[in-house]
Design a protein around this ligand. Structure first.
Ligand code: SDX
Length: 376
């Protein structure tokens, strides 16, 4: 029995070839390539290939993957009926978790876990998540659902299905960069969840559904929506200092800050900060950016010494808002990207599986008597 590590802090529970994190130096690499290089030069489709094949594709391979994804974006008609049967005020992350689970009902062999079948299911789920999110958002707004197109990139197609018109080059590129930055991140809670489910040889739908449930949590992927709620709550730049200091005084957590692994700024936050500044300026959202940098300064002064810095969720809030996404679609955006990491980890788990079954340290009584009801 190893010693009890609460929250499995510092425990190595898997080996992976996909992403490397150095929390002290603030380094994130996908298959050894620094995240900054990928955000500047790659696309989300290329990043998916990189994560799933642990190498960059040549042109023919990338075109083939893009074609495969784009040919799978349409939803089964009965799934659209299920989405249209959902309450219009349902939370999108609950809708997404339900719809991904329902996808398994339309797969004739949902339980197959051989690698080629798992890859097939991963492709389908990755391709259909954007369509599910856009379809529900249009339906809840009383708008016609927009069919996916096969001549657009992953990022362009989502924004097209959501808004009913093609996005600008800048918006599509911005969204694509966000997808790259959120794709994989070691053994975060939702990825670990996916691997734990996969380790019983359960199916890809169950693993991804479980991971979506984990990601929704405000301590994990749900933080980007909490950051936006916070920015909406603070009435002015002058009100930032008293607001943050008031929360810290009550030992409340400032969402978008802190990380189990990073003890310096999350390199994704560094990139997103630069990007948020540009896209906020282009869209008249400078105030959000200025408030965010003010919060960052205060947090550096107050808790920087404890290794609490912005994480990926802090500046992604301003970025997603500036792209025109509704607040309750921020975490679904995270899922839309992270499904590439989750699926990659599921396939790694299947390739060298061992059932996850950690121990629990029993701290209760022993040899206790069974007390009859009348004597309790
Ligand atoms: C993601 O794991 C991943 O890789 C996740 C992720 C990914 O890509 O998958 O990077 C995505 O989930 C990013 C994190 C998003 N969550 C948030 O922004 C929520 C706010 N952050 C915190 O709740 C917290 O920082 C965690 C949950 C992210 C990490 O918490 P830990 O490692 O369990 O740290 P802890 O709770 O033990 O805190 C250590 C100290 C405590 O103070 P003391 O009791 O020692 O005095 O730091 C303080 C905490 O109170 N602290 C914070 C804080 N986070 C930690 N204080 C104020 N604000 C915060 N945000």
């Amino acid at each position: 029995m190893s010693t009890f590590a609460k929250g499995l802090e510092g425990v190595v529970a898997a080996e992976t070839r996909m992403s490397f994190i150095d929390g002290e130096k603030g380094i994130l690499e996908y298959v050894g390539i620094p995240i900054d290089s990928l955000a500047r030069n790659s696309t989300f489709e290329e990043t998916v290939f990189l994560l799933w094949n642990t190498r960059l594709p040549n042109k023919a391979e990338l075109d083939a993957l893009s074609k495969q994804i784009r040919s799978r974006t349409k939803l089964p008609p009965k799934l659209i009926d299920i989405i249209k049967g959902m309450p219009t005020d349902a939370q999108p992350m609950h809708v997404l978790r339900t719809a991904v689970s329902a996808l398994s009902l339309f797969d004739p062999k949902p339980n197959l876990t051989d690698i080629p079948s798992a890859q097939e299911k991963a492709l389908n789920i990755l391709a259909q998540i954007p369509t599910i999110i856009a379809a529900f958002d249009r339906y809840r707004r009383g708008l016609e659902i927009v069919e996916p197109r096969t001549d657009l990139t992953f990022a362009q197609n989502f924004l097209y299905m959501l808004n009913g018109k093609e996005p600008t080059e800048a918006m599509a590129r911005g969204f694509d960069i966000c997808m790259i930055l959120h794709a994989d991140h070691g053994l975060n809670n939702s990825t670990f969840t996916a691997r734990v489910v996969t380790s019983t040889l359960s199916d890809m739908y169950s693993a991804i559904t479980a991971a979506i449930g984990s990601l929704r949590g405000p301590l994990h992927g749900g933080a980007n929506e909490e950051v936006m709620e916070m920015l909406n709550e603070i009435p002015s730049l002058e009100a930032v200092e008293p607001y943050i200091m008031g929360k810290l005084a009550k030992k409340e957590r400032i969402m978008g800050f802190g990380h189990r692994v990073y003890k310096t700024i999350d390199p994704r936050a560094t990139f997103l900060k630069t990007f948020a500044k540009q896209i906020a300026a282009d869209t008249g959202n400078q105030k959000l950016y200025e408030m965010s940098t003010k919060i960052e300064q205060i947090m550096a002064r107050e808790v920087g010494a404890k290794g609490i810095y912005p994480n990926v969720d802090f500046y992604s809030a301003t970025t997603y808002h500036s792209i025109g996404l509704k607040l309750d679609l921020f975490t679904p955006m995270f899922a839309m990207s992270r499904v590439s990491g989750w699926a990659g980890h599921c396939i790694e788990q299947l390739s060298d599986n061992r059932l996850y079954r950690p121990a629990a340290k029993y701290v209760g009584p022993h040899d206790a008597p069974y007390v009859e009801m009348g004597k309790r």
